[in-house]
Every structure is written in C-alpha cells, then in structure tokens.
Design a protein around this ligand. Structure first.
Ligand code: DON
Length: 307
C-alpha cells in the first residue's frame, strides 16, 4: 500500500497550511494550554504497517476517546447486562447534556456521552477501589497498544475534577435514579482519570487495532473481544462517537470514529486499518475540526467509507 504513505503525508501537509483550526477547549483549564498548531496522524494497518505524519509521536489528552476502551472493559465484565443501565441510541445532544436523563429514568442514551461513560466507570468500580479500577483501565490500554510508557496526566485529571461541575451534576442526578451503585465521587474519580490518559497518535492507532481486525490483535492473533462485539463497538462509534455531530461524521467520513475534546479521533476501517488523528482545535460540536477534515480527505483518497 505505498499510496497510503503518500496520502497521509499529503493530508498532513495540507492541514499544516490551514489557518481555520477551530477553538481549543478551555473548560478544562489544563487543555487550554495546548498549542493549536499541532497536527498528527497515524495509520496502523492490519498487515502490520505503521505510517505516521506530523506530530504523531507527541502525547495528548485522549479524553472521550478513552470511552471506547472503558466500554470494551465493561462489556467484558458484565456483558449485555450493561444495556440495562446504558442505552445504544444517539443522543442528538451535546456530550455533557443532562436533559434526557429526567424523562428516561436516569439511563443515559449511550456509553459515549459523559453520563453514559460515568455509568461505565461505575460498572468498572464493582469490587474495586477507584485506584484499582483506574489501574485496570490504564493496563488494558497499555496492553492493547503494546506500550507500557502510556501514562495518566495527573494535572489534567486534577484540572477536570476542579472544574467538573457538570459531570458532578450528571453523576448526582443518575445516583438519585439508582443508576450509580457507588458514590458519585468515586465513579467520577475513575472517569476523570481515564479521560486524562495521554497518548500519541501512534499509540492510539495501535490500541485500536483489535477493532479493525474482528476483535483480534493482528500482530499476535490473540482475541481481545469476539468479532461480534468488535462489530457492535464499531456500530456505536459510528452512531454515537461524535455526539450530535455523529451523523455529519458518518456522512462525511463514513467510518466508525470516536472523538475527544483534547482534539483526538480514533477511526476504524474494518478489515483494513486503525487510524488516529490529533488537532486540538474543535468545531462547534466539540470534535476536532481539522482531525475530522483530515479523516474525510484520507477516507476519500483511500476509498475507505464502509458504505
Ligand atoms: O467530561 C468531560 O467533559 C471530558 N473529560 C470529556 C469530554 C469529551 O472528550 C467530549 N468529546 N468530544
């Protein structure tokens, strides 16, 4: 696939030249310090090629992209019982919205909006202290990426806790409906820390390999999840991975993707490759502006849409 190297380099050069880079998130103060000129992109193919361009080796805060990995772990723990506590429908609302919870018994629409991911954190807490649950999530991601250097940025976690009024509101509200089994403070401790995991595009694309390869690590052949579960996680990424911008991402890019307010996106081309892109400036839906544009261009060049 020599043309993939060229496509990545072309997209990275084009993005470097753009001045309309969106706005870096500032509601988590620590994220506001990141240089909006950064751009990185990585593709890891199922046949083992790792192709990088731009700042692909610089770690950034993966934020909501981590929700793909916590969902995978929670499904491993409780299986389909998870769906009694979290839905599988797009919310059509911003990622931190509270409105639907009132009429829907405190059951979040999907595991990728903040409320849903806080329930997933609560599931991962069962039988654990928060620090053990956080350690389990970090070790799982290190295992998927085959990279033990991945860390949690404690300053980002502390910054988010200090300003996380909306997430405290969501957690308290769900607790009042009985949909959190632990104290909100504890579930949020797990949630803030997994959002604060720092990874480079290379590491993130490596961690996503199992989703591009029917649930198996393509390098070792070891099964991480069943093929059916990998398909379902991909379906949720496609329909809910970009919040109220999910339809637009599916329309423009046509592959499952999960964004984070740190400006990262994990993209999955089933049967072909795992992709990660990072550009910190966000569009109006809180998704990476140039990251989405880069994936749109790359998917078109490579004919990667799943449709
Ligand atoms: O809870 C929050 O607001 C952040 N830790 C994560 C939000 C996020 O990444 C939404 N993504 N686009």
């Amino acid at each position: 696939m020599p043309e993939l190297e060229q496509a990545l380099a072309e997209v990275a050069a084009e993005m470097a030249a753009r001045t309309d880079r969106g706005e870096v998130a500032t509601y988590i103060p620590q994220l506001g310090k990141v240089d909006s000129k950064k751009f990185g992109i990585a593709a890891v193919t199922n046949d083992g090629r790792v192709i990088l361009a731009g700042d692909a080796d610089q770690p950034f805060s993966i934020q909501s992209v981590s929700k793909v990995f916590t969902l995978t772990l929670a499904l491993g723990k409780v299986g389909d019982a998870l769906w009694h506590r979290v839905g599988r429908e797009p919310s059509g609302n911003p990622f931190n919205s509270i409105v639907q919870l009132e009429h829907e018994n405190g059951i979040p629409r999907n595991p990728f909006i903040n409320a849903g991911a806080i329930v997933v954190s609560d599931v991962l807490l069962a039988g654990h202290q928060p620090r053990e649950a956080i350690g389990e999530i970090l070790r799982f991601i290190q295992f998927l990426a085959d990279d033990e250097t991945i860390i949690i940025d404690r300053e980002v976690a502390a910054s988010e806790r200090a300003t996380g009024y909306r997430n405290f509101a969501l957690a308290n509200y769900m607790k009042s409906f009985g949909n959190l089994h632990h104290e909100p403070e504890l579930a949020l401790g797990v949630y803030f820390h997994h959002c604060a995991i720092a990874m480079s595009c290379r590491q993130l694309a490596m961690a996503g390999r199992f989703l591009a390869n029917g649930g198996r690590n393509p390098a070792t052949g070891h099964s991480v999840v069943s093929a059916e579960r990998a398909r379902r996680i991909g379906a949720l990424m496609l329909t809910c991975g970009h919040y109220d911008g999910s339809g637009d991402f599916a329309f423009r890019v046509g592959i499952p993707g999960k964004s984070g307010v740190g400006g990262g996106i994990l993209g999955i081309v089933p049967g072909v490759a795992s992709l990660a892109v990072w550009s910190p400036g966000l569009n109006e839906n809180g998704n990476s502006k140039l990251g989405s544009i880069a994936l749109e261009k790359l998917a078109r060049m490579m004919n990667w849409s799943i449709f």
